[in-house]
Design a protein around this ligand. Structure first.
Ligand SMILES: [Zn+2]
Length: 462
C-alpha cells in the first residue's frame, strides 16, 4: 500500500522543479491554428514525450496529418490495478491582441498579486498545459517516492484541441485497442471556486435543426394578397411559440422521454452553491430565471433539456419599409439534451410537431445540423465517489458534483468510440482568462492540483 503522505511530501518538495517544467512548456509557442508555429507544436509534443519517458513511461510522438499526438503508457503497481487514460492538450490559442498582455505571454513567472494570491501568467498556463502537468507531476512524485504508480496509466495529449481536433477521431479509431482503458480522466475543466473542487459528471447533448416554411410560390404585395394568402412568418412564429407552454415546459410530444429527475441530495448540494442563483443572471443583466418554473438556474443549465430558437429569417428587414408577404421563412432551432434523450427521436418528434402545424397548401423543409446524446456518469458511480472523497481531503471545502451545460467533444468520442466513461476533474478558475490576454493559472491550482491527482490515483487503486 502506498504511503500517500510520503508521495504528497515529495510533490511539495518537487514544487519548484514542477514549476520549472510548466515554465519550459509554456515558453514553447505551440499555437496550433497558425501554420507558422507548426515546428513549435511538435517541440511541445517532444518535450512531453521526454518528460514522460523520464518518469518511466513508454512514450512516443505519433504523427497525424496535423500536429502529432503524444501517447504514453505506464504499468501500475499490479497488473489488476485499474487502468486510466488521461487526456489533455498541449496546443494553445493565439495570443493577439498582444498589446493587451501585461507580460510576455510566453515568458511565465509566479507573480504575487496585491491580494496575496500567487498566479502563474502566460498563454496555456490554465488551458491546458498547467492542467495536464498537474497529472504528469503527480505521476512523477508517485514514481520517485514509491517506485511505481498505483494505477495503470495511459496518456493521450493532442496538439489540435484549439483548432477543432481534426485528427482526433481518426486517431482514436486507428488506435482504439491501444487507448482503451477502464475510464478516462479529462482535465480540461475547472473548480467551482477557489476553495471548492468540482467533478463534472454530466454534459448536455445537442440536436440542431433548421426549418424552412414555404407558402406562396413568390413574394407577394401585402395590399393585393394580405388577408388571403398564408404568411409563412406567422406560421413559423406560431410553431416556435408553441414549443413551450406558460410554465416553460417543452410541449413537443415525447420530448421528456429519457429525462430523469436529479437525485434529491445532488439538488440540495447545488442549492448550497446558490449564491449564484442571482449572480448567474445579474452578470448578464437579467434577474428572472426563464425556462421551467420551480427549478434553480443550476438545475436548468446542468440537468434539464431545452428547446431554443437560435435565429429567425424571413421577409424584409432592410432599411425603410416594404409591404411584402414573404414566400418563405426559416428558423434555426437547437435542443440541449440530458439523461437518455435520444437525438434521433428528438429530431423525429420535432419534425412531426412542426409538420402537424403546417397548412395543407404550404410546405416545410428540414435541414439537420448534428446531434449528440448527453453524457451522464451515474451519481453513485464508484469512480465518482472515490474521486470526490480524494478531492475533499485536499481542498478546504468538500468536492461538488456539477454538470456542464455544453459539451466537450472528446468525452463523447471516448464514450462512442472507446466505450469509456470520463471523469472530468480540473483546477481552472472562472477568472483564468483562457483564450484571452493575461491568461493565468493559480499557483494553488497547480500545487494542490498535483496533490489532488496523487490522492485520486491512490483512491482509484483501492
Ligand atoms: Zn481552450
Amino acid at each position: 500500500m502506498a504511503d500517500i503522505a510520503k508521495v504528497l511530501q515529495r510533490a511539495d518538495d518537487n514544487l519548484n522543479s514542477s514549476l520549472e517544467k510548466l515554465f519550459e512548456l509554456v515558453r514553447i509557442k505551440s499555437i496550433s491554428t497558425d501554420p507558422a508555429f507548426k515546428a513549435e507544436c511538435r517541440r511541445a509534443g517532444e518535450y512531453l514525450v521526454k518528460a514522460l519517458t523520464d518518469i518511466g513511461f513508454d512514450a512516443s510522438l505519433r504523427d497525424t496529418p496535423g500536429h502529432p499526438m503524444v501517447v504514453a503508457h505506464h504499468e501500475g503497481a499490479s497488473a489488476d490495478a485499474p487502468h486510466v487514460l488521461f487526456y489533455g492538450h498541449y496546443d494553445v490559442q493565439p495570443v493577439d491582441p498582444l498589446e493587451l498582455w501585461e507580460k510576455d505571454p510566453f515568458d511565465p513567472a509566479v507573480i504575487k498579486e496585491e491580494s496575496g494570491r500567487e498566479i502563474i501568467n502566460g498563454r496555456g498556463t490554465s488551458d491546458d498545459k498547467g492542467q495536464l502537468l498537474t497529472f504528469v507531476e503527480a505521476c512523477r512524485a508517485y514514481k520517485e517516492a514509491n517506485g511505481s504508480l498505483p494505477v495503470r496509466v495511459s496518456i493521450l495529449f493532442e496538439g489540435e484541441e484549439e483548432s477543432g481536433s481534426p485528427s482526433l477521431k481518426p486517431f482514436l479509431e486507428a488506435n482504439a485497442e491501444e487507448l482503451k482503458a477502464d475510464f478516462a480522466l479529462v482535465c480540461d475543466t475547472g473548480m467551482w471556486d477557489e476553495n471548492t473542487p468540482a467533478i463534472s459528471s454530466s454534459l448536455r447533448g445537442l440536436v440542431g435543426e433548421e426549418i424552412v416554411v414555404k407558402a406562396a410560390s413568390r413574394d407577394l404585395h401585402s395590399g393585393h394578397y394580405g388577408g388571403a394568402a398564408a404568411n409563412p412568418i406567422h406560421i413559423l412564429a406560431d410553431i416556435l411559440a408553441s414549443m413551450h407552454d406558460k410554465t416553460g415546459t417543452v410541449t413537443i410530444p415525447g420530448f421528456y422521454d429519457g429525462v430523469e429527475e436529479t437525485p434529491h441530495n445532488i439538488k440540495e448540494s447545488w442549492d448550497k452553491l446558490q449564491s449564484t442563483n442571482d449572480t448567474f443572471l445579474s452578470d448578464i443583466g437579467l434577474s428572472i430565471p426563464a425556462g421551467e418554473k420551480g427549478r434553480s438556474v443550476l438545475e436548468l443549465t446542468w440537468a434539464r433539456p431545452t428547446a431554443e430558437v437560435n435565429g429567425i429569417k424571413g421577409g424584409y428587414t432592410g432599411e425603410g419599409f416594404k409591404t411584402v408577404i414573404a414566400a418563405q421563412a426559416s428558423a434555426k432551432v437547437s435542443f440541449r439534451l440530458v439523461g437518455k434523450q435520444d437525438p434521433a427521436k428528438i429530431r423525429e418528434n420535432f419534425r412531426a410537431f412542426v409538420k402537424s402545424r403546417i397548412p395543407e397548401d404550404c410546405s416545410v423543409e428540414f435541414h439537420p445540423h448534428g446531434g449528440s446524446p448527453a453524457i451522464q456518469l451515474p451519481y453513485d458511480s464508484d469512480v465518482l465517489t472515490k474521486a470526490k472523497t480524494a478531492l475533499s481531503d485536499e481542498w478546504p471545502k468538500p468536492a461538488v458534483t456539477i454538470g456542464m451545460g455544453g459539451s466537450i467533444p472528446i468525452v463523447g468520442d471516448f464514450q462512442k468510440m472507446l466505450g469509456m466513461d470520463s471523469l472530468l476533474v480540473g483546477y481552472a478558475l472562472e477568472d483564468d482568462r483562457i483564450h484571452s490576454p493575461n491568461e493565468k493559472y493559480n499557483l494553488k491550482s497547480y500545487h494542490k492540483g498535483i496533490r489532488s491527482w496523487i490522492r485520486i490515483m491512490a483512491a482509484l487503486a483501492k
